[in-house]
Design a protein around this ligand. Structure first.
Ligand code: ATP
Length: 373
């Protein structure tokens, strides 16, 4: 089905169904003695915006390159819809990739850059002109046909790269850190632009990034990768509210992590003897870390779990005021929305009670943090 048909069919809504568009089964990639991807299995539902997120070297680009056909798995199988595409070269897979470096042809006009793939497939005349024009309109570059890439801004060049990849109506679009070369403001604009484009087209996008905010802004589902494996897969809300590992809790946003001992009954005793209620710890015993997000903690009040502390630092950071509070269980970060009355009322040296709901207290395995030498 052509992209323009998909636009009509989706009528502005994501065309998400449960049928997977991409399936990886036990995929491993080894480069000499480096295991870049280690037995990854995942399914990407049709019409979804899926992000592979993780720190440098975790294997996300290698995973994307294997889906695109630029690398062969050492082991495992890759399916596109129900078709086993393992071993097929990129041009025999119905996917297109947008790279960080745009990879536009510098000597060709914007029109010819976008028309390139269609011409190779024998499309010409009015059909070619119409499809290129519609695609340039879609990326808001109508009227730029005759320019050369160097006459466009970075964001405009990246939109040409998107148009060039989408004009072939791929089943899946792969995005390999496509916004990495842009400054922060443009990056944020492009995040929303690409998300809107995906909703409009309803085709599956797979996006690689090391930027958690970018992944959370754009994707319906995120796979957090660490050392070649998937640490956790879920919606941005799931991963943020219910991280299953300390790595995920730290990688997505700020977490206060307090070491303690779980008693099996949904309570955790901290090193200073404070007992916290954490329904998420029910059935767990032994050494754990409880986590609380900084914006879930109140200064004052009693929301079920409380800790006494002293304000060590206060910083005004625009949307919120950030407090660092020293407690016997460790230093805790608290964000208070500046829209709240009295957000900046506390000052260093003030004694405060911190409180938060047991329901927002998550629990993960305790991990030794690396300490600087
Ligand atoms: P980044 O964000 O820095 O691109 P990444 O998460 O995308 O990181 P990969 O590029 O997939 O990570 O690399 C995973 C591991 O595989 C790294 O240790 C990397 O050095 C190694 N690696 C990747 N490509 C090759 C290659 N062609 N030859 C040898 N080792 C490689």
């Amino acid at each position: 089905m052509a992209v323009e048909e998909r636009v009509e069919a989706s009528a502005g809504a994501p065309a998400s169904t449960t049928a997977p568009d991409i399936r990886l089964e036990q995929v491993t990639k080894q480069f000499d003695d480096v295991v870049a991807v280690d037995g990854v299995s995942l399914e990407v539902p049709r019409g979804s915006f899926f992000a592979l997120l993780g720190p440098s070297g975790c294997g996300k680009t290698t995973t994307l390159r294997m889906i695109g056909g630029f690398e062969e798995p050492t082991e495992g199988t890759i399916y596109l819809a129900d078709r086993d595409v393992t071993g097929l070269p990129p041009y025999k897979r119905d996917v297109n990739t947008v790279f960080q470096t745009y990879a536009l042809f510098p000597h060709l006009s914007i029109f010819d850059n976008v028309a390139f793939g269609l011409r190779r497939r024998g499309v010409k005349g009015g059909d070619l002109r119409g499809r290129v024009a519609r695609m340039l309109e879609l990326v808001q570059l109508g009227g730029f046909e005759r320019r050369k890439p160097h006459q466009l801004s970075g964001g405009q060049q990246q939109r040409v790269a998107l148009a060039r990849a989408l004009v072939n109506s791929p089943q899946v679009l792969l995005l390999d850190e496509p916004l990495g070369a842009l400054d922060l403001k443009l990056r944020k604009e492009m995040q929303l632009f690409i998300k809107g484009l995906q909703h409009e087209l309803g085709i599956t996008f797979i996006h690689v990034t090391h930027d958690q905010e970018e992944a959370m802004t754009m994707a319906d589902t995120i796979a957090v990768m660490n050392s070649g494996h998937i640490e956790q897969l879920g919606t941005p809300t799931d991963l943020y509210e219910h991280p299953r590992t300390a790595f995920v809790a730290r990688f997505l946003g700020v977490s206060n992590m307090l070491e303690g001992s779980a008693d099996g009954d949904g309570t955790v005793r901290l090193s200073d003897g404070t007992v916290l209620r954490a329904p998420a710890a029910a059935g767990r015993r032994g050494h754990v870390a409880v986590g609380i997000r900084p914006e879930k903690i109140r200064l004052g009040g009693n929301e079920g779990n409380t800790l006494a502390g002293e304000i060590a630092e206060r910083s005004y950071i625009g949307v919120s005021t950030q407090y660092l509070v020293k407690t016997k269980a460790g230093t805790i970060t608290v964000y208070v929305q500046n829209a709240d009355p009295g957000a900046g009322a506390y000052k260093p040296g003030d004694q405060v009670a911190l409180s938060w709901s047991p329901e927002v207290t998550f629990v993960v395995e305790h991990e030794e943090e690396e300490k600087p030498e």
